[in-house]
Design a protein around this ligand. Structure first.
Ligand code: 5GP
Length: 132
């Protein structure tokens, strides 16, 4: 079971931003920008392009809703989208609220926020998502 499967199952804690029966979104623990969020299918597949067509499409539609909620909570120019998958072998989409191109630089030093800040942010995104 991947670490992200354990997160989606609630076996490992996360800052939950959104969920439904098939998908789950939570704050990245090492964010490149405030509001950096990961969106995953609960179904465990390593490489995103190994997902079946419907799951891949539905994952993106779910991510779109998360991005709308995120943009309501975190002021930004746009929410950037990236897929890397070099670290965790469970397909995921990075959503990054951007002010500048540099906010999408995954090589730079990661930001740090307190547990209280992360929880408060996740709660706001979760509420915004549920209100859509
Ligand atoms: P990638 O696989 O796309 O290269 O990177 C994996 C991403 O998942 C990284 O941005 C990393 O900070 C994040 N990540 C890795 N392990 C955890 C975890 O246990 N919890 C959370 N919230 N994020 C994680």
């Amino acid at each position: 079971m991947s670490i992200f499967s354990k997160i989606a199952a609630g076996e490992i804690p996360s800052y939950k931003c959104a969920e439904d029966e098939r998908f789950y979104a939570f704050l990245d623990i090492n964010p490149v920008a405030y509001g950096h969020t990961l969106v995953i299918p609960r179904e465990e597949t390593d490489y995103i392009f190994d997902l079946d067509d419907k799951t891949l499409a539905d994952l993106h539609v779910f991510a779109k809703k998360v991005a709308v909620a995120l943009k309501q909570v975190v002021p930004c120019t746009k929410v950037g989208v990236a897929v890397l998958g070099l670290e965790v072998p469970h397909a995921h989409i990075h959503l990054v609220p951007m002010q500048t191109e540099g906010d999408m630089d995954f090589r730079k030093a990661k930001l740090q926020f307190s547990a209280e800040e992360m929880q408060a942010l996740a709660d706001k995104v979760y509420a915004a998502f549920k209100a859509l």
